[in-house]
Ligand binder design. Structure first.
Ligand SMILES: NC(=O)c1ccc[n+]([C@@H]2O[C@H](COP(=O)([O-])OP(=O)(O)OC[C@H]3O[C@@H](n4cnc5c(N)ncnc54)[C@H](O)[C@@H]3O)[C@@H](O)[C@H]2O)c1
Length: 379
């Protein structure tokens, strides 16, 4: 058994949404040991949380700069090897950049940065350092999403015609209708979230899902946002028409005010020979539609699944795979890359997905601002 990879955590404190998902996922395949952290900007909270989850306090630092400085003083075989960046969006770029410049590997939450320029600088830094960079578009780790990708690559749908991806949530309803509340959350503050709320937070997952599963690139888009209130600077709902070249068209729909919706990411991909339908809230069911045959249902863990899909399944069929397993699969792929082992390029989203995602977000904002015009994404 190889030694565990020394993992640092930035953000993801006890008060956070996503911290627990990363902590559990990093343990699932026994590849990582949480060795150091800055869980919170407040040192007392940071230490209190580290005690709660039993992380050695000598490597719980007062802030990110101190973590880098102190870790760099340690011999390489003791130093943190990879850091997970789980802070609000505006901190992803400065943290990831400094980590790459100092030779650390990076696992980073989406959206990767707050601007396309930052994303390109990060790409340059990553190429220079040669470090592994995994972007946690969590949902690409599900066995049935991997199955879709591999079957589409093998031609199961023939030529693709249309893609329809949606990501609907309703949680901002509680906040958006109250003026004080809507000025108090970081996801609606452009200084902390970047220029978009709905597309930056969830639309970008749907965009990544479209490119991950189809293997095609979005070439241009036209977007229409809803802000709901004049004093709200951030989109909370949007519809995006997409063109993927060669007569492949589609739509990406995102909403944080879709009343009653929970975490409704779903994708439908239609091709000349059939279609796939997959929904995040029932992730173990992949439906294949046809004009001439009954609906087929694919499920995880069966021998008929592809190697990439089976690699993401740990138990025999009938033991449901969930969001923790999906994130764990991304951590597993990153672990293989960090150790220099062989891995499939579908095992984790990369820094290139991060640059594409930022191009998508910025282009939706530009299109909406220009009065809903078509905007080209970069190649
Ligand atoms: N992959 C996904 O599906 C998914 C889901 C939810 C959130 N996210 C992303 O994860 C990131 C965090 O989101 P969240 O919902 O957990 O946010 P959150 O506000 O719930 O938690 C943020 C955490 O970062 C900490 N933090 C803030 N400033 C810090 C600093 N300077 N140093 C160290 N820690 C600091 C906070 O104390 C808190 O613990 C965001 O970028 C978000 O887009 C991704």
């Amino acid at each position: 058994m190889p030694k565990k990879i020394r993992l640092g955590i930035l953000g993801g404190g006890g008060d956070s949404l996503i911290g627990v998902l990363h902590r559990v996922a990093s343990h699932i395949n026994d590849n990582y040991q949480i060795t150091g952290a800055v869980f919170n900007p407040n040192y007392e909270d940071n230490v209190a949380f580290a005690k709660e989850i039993d992380i050695p306090l000598n490597r719980v630092y007062k802030d990110f700069d101190t973590l880098v400085e102190e870790e760099m003083k340690l011999p390489e075989d003791e130093r943190i090897q990879v850091c997970s960046v789980l802070t609000p969006n505006f901190l992803h770029f400065p943290m990831a950049k400094k980590l790459l410049d100092n030779g650390f590997h990076v696992i980073c939450e989406k959206p990767m940065t707050t601007t396309l320029e930052e994303a390109k600088i990060l790409l340059e830094a990553q190429q220079k350092s040669g470090a592994v960079f995994a972007l946690t578009h969590t949902y690409t780790g599900y066995p049935m999403v991997r199955q879709m990708r591999e079957m589409i690559k093998a031609g199961a749908l023939g030529k693709i015609h249309k893609v329809d991806a949606r990501y609907y949530q309703g949680w901002i309803n509680e906040i958006i209708h109250d003026k004080d509340k809507r000025n108090s959350v970081w996801r609606l503050d452009p200084k902390k979230a970047g220029i978009s709320s709905c597309m930056g937070d969830i639309g970008v997952h749907a965009f990544n899902m479209v490119e991950y599963t189809t293997g095609l690139k979005v070439k241009s888009l036209l977007c229409d946002f809803n802000y709901l209130y004049d004093d709200n600077q951030m989109d909370v709902d949007g519809t995006v028409l997409i063109r993927m070249g060669d007569n492949v068209k589609g739509v990406i729909r995102g909403s944080q005010v879709a009343t009653g919706e929970e975490n409704g990411l779903a994708i439908r991909i239609y091709g000349e020979k059939g279609a796939f339908v997959w929904e995040q809230e029932n992730p173990n069911f992949l439906y294949k539609l046809s004009d001439t045959e009954p609906v087929q249902i694919y499920k995880p863990g069966h021998a008929y699944n592809t190697e990439l899909s089976l690699d993401g399944t740990k138990l025999p069929p009938g033991h449901p795979e969930g969001i923790f397993d999906s994130m764990a699969n991304i951590y597993l792929g990153a672990a293989r890359a960090i150790r220099g082992e062989k891995y499939n390029d579908g095992e984790f989203p990369t820094i290139i997905d991060g640059v594409r995602g930022m191009d998508f977000i910025i282009s939706t904002v530009e299109s909406n601002k220009n009065g809903n015009t078509w905007v080209n994404l970069e190649d």
